[in-house]
Write a protein that binds this ligand. Structure first.
Ligand code: P6P
Length: 339
């Protein structure tokens, strides 16, 4: 039963039994993400007041300018996860390689690895548009007591034990799943407590919003062009059932579409044959959330969470949202790829 004004801490304790295999570590891991999110939120919310929005001068493995807040958020999440002695490894969009966390007495006994995009959409920071953190949690697959290897991170999305995002928007929210549905918690900044504000979130089966960067239209595959045309057609009585909404911040676009119904598409383009979004710390966690909320996520052909990763920062085309809308887009993709 969902209780109004239940805090995130109370919710985690009450649902502790849902965490298979966990003797409390997963709860402590979610709690550490909650703490880091509060610290990052504090900086994001005053970004305009301090010289922290400017580019940090470095570029990350993606070749993207690292905004200072990117670097700050990355450091906060890595530090919090390391201090809490729960994870044995961390992979981040901002780090070329994964980080091994030794633990007490260098025993590598911790069970979980975390993959994170510490501040997605950070190019929006200096124009005061919402940004977000995305995280994905797995049990390690290599032998306990030994340092993690790349195999612990290159797991299919269907092996995730938890995933979620923090959206630093008009309010700050944590939305996450441990495989038992999706729940959203809103931060009361006055007291630094997250409250259950969106219990049992569900992706509407259908929607009227399509989110895609149509500036890349000429580079899209024919199936995507056909789907966009379908969304723009008027009905016989002159109605336009669809509308375009694109913030350019994955967390914000997905969050809005999960509440209102809609589809987000970042397809392959002629310049980016695998699309732009990263499989491990953007698409897989969002796909887990979408499916747990009754939605759907694919690369236009295959379920995202069934894709076997081969590289830490690999990109995939991403279709995510209301089940019927993703299915319709996939029909256009299939039709256009027929010889
Ligand atoms: P474009 C932000 O850089 C991001 O990774 C997502 O948050 C966002 O949806 C997408 O890229 C925007 O990319 O090419 O449309 O600017």
């Amino acid at each position: 039963m969902n209780k109004t004004f239940q805090t995130l801490g109370e919710f985690i304790i009450e649902n502790q039994s849902e965490f298979a295999y966990s003797s409390g570590e997963l709860s402590r891991l979610i709690n550490s993400i909650r703490l880091a999110a509060k610290v990052v939120n504090h900086e994001v919310n005053k970004a305009g007041l301090v010289d922290i929005t400017g580019a940090a001068g470095d570029t990350n493995i993606q070749g993207e300018d690292q905004q200072k807040l990117d670097v700050y958020a990355n450091e906060r999440f890595i530090q919090t996860l390391t201090n809490r002695e729960i994870v044995c490894g961390i992979a981040s969009e901002e780090n070329d390689d994964f980080i091994t966390i030794e633990g007490h007495n260098e025993d590598h006994q911790n069970k979980y690895v975390v993959l994170i995009d510490p501040l997605d959409g950070s190019s929006n920071i200096d124009v005061n548009v919402s940004v977000g953190t995305i995280f994905s949690i797995y049990r390690r697959v290599t032998k306990s007591g030994t340092p993690v290897t790349i195999d612990d991170f290159l797991q299919k999305g269907n092996q995730q034990v938890a995933a979620g995002y923090i959206v630093y928007g008009t309010s700050t929210m944590i939305v996450y799943t441990t495989g038992h549905g999706v729940n959203g918690f809103t931060l009361n900044p006055a007291i630094g407590t997250y409250y259950l504000s969106h219990p049992n979130m569900k992706f509407p089966e259908d929607g009227h919003i399509y989110s895609i960067n149509e500036g890349n239209y000429i580079q899209f595959p024919q199936g995507v062009k056909d789907y966009i045309k379908y969304c723009q057609e008027e009905t016989e009585d002159g109605e336009r059932p669809y509308t375009s909404r694109y913030i350019g911040s994955l967390v914000s676009d997905i969050h809005r579409n999960m509440i209102k119904g809609g589809i987000y598409i970042y397809p392959e383009t002629s310049k980016a044959p695998n699309g732009k979004l990263r499989l491990l710390y953007e698409c897989n966690p969002m796909a887990f959330l979408a499916e747990q909320a009754g939605g759907k996520a694919s690369n236009g052909y295959q379920r995202i969470m069934d894709i076997q990763p081969t590289e830490l920062h690999q990109r995939v085309p991403f279709f995510c949202g209301s089940k019927n809308m993703v299915t319709k887009a996939e029909e256009f993709m299939a039709k256009s790829s027929k010889p």
